[in-house]
Ligand binder design. Structure first.
Ligand SMILES: [Zn+2]
Ligand SMILES: [Zn+2]
Length: 263
C-alpha cells in the first residue's frame, strides 16, 4: 500500500472560502499521522476519510507550533475520536519558545475548554519534541527550528514527505527537505506582496522563495499550503502559476477532502 495524503485544512489563520485551517492526514502503510490540528480536524469524520483511517490502531498528531489555526481542532477530539488512542507530539524548548505540556494544558483546560487531555474519552499520550529526531512507529521524523513568532518546527518524515509551515523562507530548509517525494510548504505571499511588506516576510513565506527551495532541494512535487484567508480560488491559482513559472518542480494544488498519492 502506498503512502497517501488527505488535505483536511489548507488555510492559515481563518477558515474562508470553504477552506478549513491547517491539518493534513498522512497515511503510511503503518501509521496515520495528522500534521497540525486546525479546524480541518472537523473533516476527520467525513465518511470517505473516516473509512481511510478505520484500519489504523491509533492516531498520531504532530504539531508545528501552538497558534490556534494549527491547534484548535485538538478540542474537537472528544466529539469525533472517542475509541482509539492518540499519540500527540508537540514541540518544546529549545526548538520553540514554549513548554509542550504547559502549552497543551493551557489550550485544553478550563475556562477555555471543560476537559484536560487526561479526561478525553480516548487515551492521549503527549510526547514533547525537544530533539531534532524522533520515531513515530517505524518512521523517522526529522525536525528543525524555524523563523516565526514564538517559533515553529519544520518536519521531514523518512524520504517521502516534508511539512514546512509558519516560517519565513529559510535556505536551511533546502537541506532538511532534500529529495523528498512531496514537499508541503506554506505560500502566504506573492512576490509583490513580499516586496511591499517586509514585516510579513520575516514571519511567512513568499512564492518565489518557496519555488527556489523546492527546486534546489530537488523535491518530487511541491504542494503550496497555509493559504492566505483573503485570497479567492482565482488568486490562489495565480500563485500556482507563479510557482510553476519559477522552476521545473511539478506543483500540486491541495483540494480539501481529496486523497493524494505521496510516492
Ligand atoms: Zn498559521
Ligand atoms: Zn503561526
Amino acid at each position: 500500500m502506498d503512502t497517501r495524503l488527505v488535505a483536511l485544512g489548507t488555510n492559515g489563520f481563518i477558515p474562508t472560502f470553504g477552506r478549513q485551517t491547517m491539518s493534513f492526514l498522512l497515511l503510511t502503510p503503518e501509521e496515520a499521522i495528522l500534521f497540525d490540528a486546525g479546524t480541518g480536524v472537523a473533516r476527520l469524520p467525513e465518511p470517505h476519510i473516516a473509512e481511510l483511517v478505520r484500519p489504523y490502531e491509533r492516531l498520531n498528531i504532530v504539531l508545528s507550533h501552538y497558534h490556534l489555526d494549527h491547534t484548535v481542532g485538538l478540542s474537537y477530539l472528544p466529539g469525533i475520536w472517542t475509541e482509539k488512542p492518540v499519540s500527540l507530539f508537540a514541540p518544546g524548548e529549545p526548538l520553540v519558545e514554549a513548554d509542550a505540556k504547559q502549552a497543551v494544558g493551557k489550550l485544553l483546560s478550563p475556562p477555555l475548554f471543560p476537559l484536560t487531555i487526561d479526561c478525553f474519552p480516548s487515551r492521549v499520550q503527549l510526547t514533547p519534541i525537544e530533539k531534532e529526531s524522533l520515531s513515530i512507529g517505524p518512521h523517522r521524523l526529522e525536525v528543525r527550528s524555524q523563523t516565526h513568532p514564538g517559533g515553529s518546527i519544520g518536519m521531514r518524515l523518512d524520504d517521502s514527505f516534508a511539512y514546512i509551515t509558519d516560517t519565513a523562507v529559510r535556505p536551511e530548509t533546502t537541506e532538511l527537505v532534500q529529495g523528498v517525494s512531496l514537499l508541503l510548504h506554506e505560500v502566504w505571499l506573492t512576490d509583490q506582496e513580499a516586496e511591499d511588506d517586509p514585516r510579513a516576510v520575516s514571519m511567512h513565506s513568499f512564492a518565489g522563495g518557496v519555488a527556489v527551495v523546492a527546486e534546489t532541494a530537488k523535491v518530487g512535487k511541491l504542494m503550496p499550503v497555509h493559504h492566505h484567508p483573503a485570497k479567492s480560488a482565482e488568486q490562489l491559482s495565480e500563485i500556482m502559476k507563479l510557482l510553476e513559472a519559477c522552476g521545473s518542480t511539478p506543483v500540486v494544488f491541495p483540494e480539501e477532502g481529496k486523497v493524494y498519492s505521496v510516492d
